[in-house]
Design a protein around this ligand. Structure first.
Ligand code: NCD
Length: 290
């Protein structure tokens, strides 16, 4: 991760200098079976800024042979020969791992259902490092749909690599952090708690990491509505937070951060999204320089 962050800093410079053509002979395929704005476009922009070509589909469920009954494995075997790297987002947990098992080129997981979203977490950590100057000795509060939100699963795993981390999980009753994530943190001896009082944990937080209630993952509208609107970050909450703290969100937001918060210097979520480009350039570069 340290290596990726050094490379990411270098990529900020590459973009400022107008990009590079170092991968003009390479092709990236983006296969997205779920909607995306930021992730797909930042991967495509990252590849373009390194001189590479991008092919793919933003609606692979409809516009690929999946609709004809082709398995993910067969699709990946074939797409491997068209590509030097494949970026995949899928509805199923473990899909990227299945793809990697049959691919002959690197696979990057851009989100596998309610499973993981590792590239998002790399950009989250890069943002924390850039904003607060450190990745050790942090109190992070993860808020919202911690059951279905894949970004918080990956972020918890990555944070376990650092020292003096304390995580507060603040979620509505029906979307708590999964047991398997807690088990991993126990194994890695990471300190955490489940706390329903957001104001209490916000007072000592270095990072508030807010997430959207993942409507598309619910099977009942009633359950979705139960989870909605319980934790909203607004100026009143900001007023109890430390001056040198930050608010992050993987975006898109759907009302869980009030627009009034955008004007506060601690609102770092748009700067966070911008860092996605640099981190993804670093990852592409890593794939091709291995
Ligand atoms: C997230 C995702 O797709 O998991 N979005 C993103 O990639 N930035 C979060 C979400 O959809 O709520």
């Amino acid at each position: 991760m340290d290596e990726i962050f050094v490379k990411t800093k270098e990529m900020e410079r590459v973009v400022a200098e107008g990009g590079s053509d170092r991968y003009s002979n390479k092709v990236m395929t983006t296969l997205f079976f779920e909607p995306s704005t930021r992730t797909r476009l930042s991967f495509e922009s990252a590849m373009s800024r390194l001189g590479g070509k991008v092919i793919g589909t933003e609606n692979a469920a409809q516009f690929s042979s999946t609709i004809k009954g082709e398995t993910l494995e067969d699709t990946i075997r074939v797409v491997s020969s068209d590509s030097d790297v494949i970026v995949i987002r899928h509805t199923d947990i473990g899909a990227a791992e299945r793809a990697a098992a049959v691919a002959t080129v690197p696979i990057i997981n851009a989100g596998d259902g309610a499973g993981e979203h590792p590239t998002q977490s790399l950009l989250d950590l890069y943002t924390i490092k850039k904003e607060l100057g450190r990745l050790d000795d942090l109190h992070i509060v993860m808020i919202g749909d911690l059951a279905n939100g894949r970004t918080v699963h990956s972020l918890s795993y990555l944070l376990a690599n650092y020292n003096k981390i304390h995580i507060s999980f603040t979620a509505p009753e029906n979307v708590q952090i999964p047991t398997y994530v807690k088990k991993y943190l126990d194994e890695k001896r990471v300190s955490y708690e489940e706390e329903h009082d957001l104001e209490k944990v916000a007072k000592t937080a270095d990072v508030l990491y807010q997430t959207r209630i993942q409507k598309e993952r619910f099977t009942s509208l009633d359950e979705y509505e139960k989870a909605c609107g319980k934790y909203i970050i607004d100026n009143a909450l900001l007023s109890v937070m430390k001056k040198d703290s930050i608010v992050l969100h993987p975006l898109p937001r759907a009302g869980e951060i009030a627009v009034e918060v955008d004007h506060d210097p601690r609102a770092a979520y748009f700067r966070q999204a911008e860092n996605g480009l640099f981190v993804r350039m670093a990852l592409i570069d890593k794939c091709f320089s291995m």
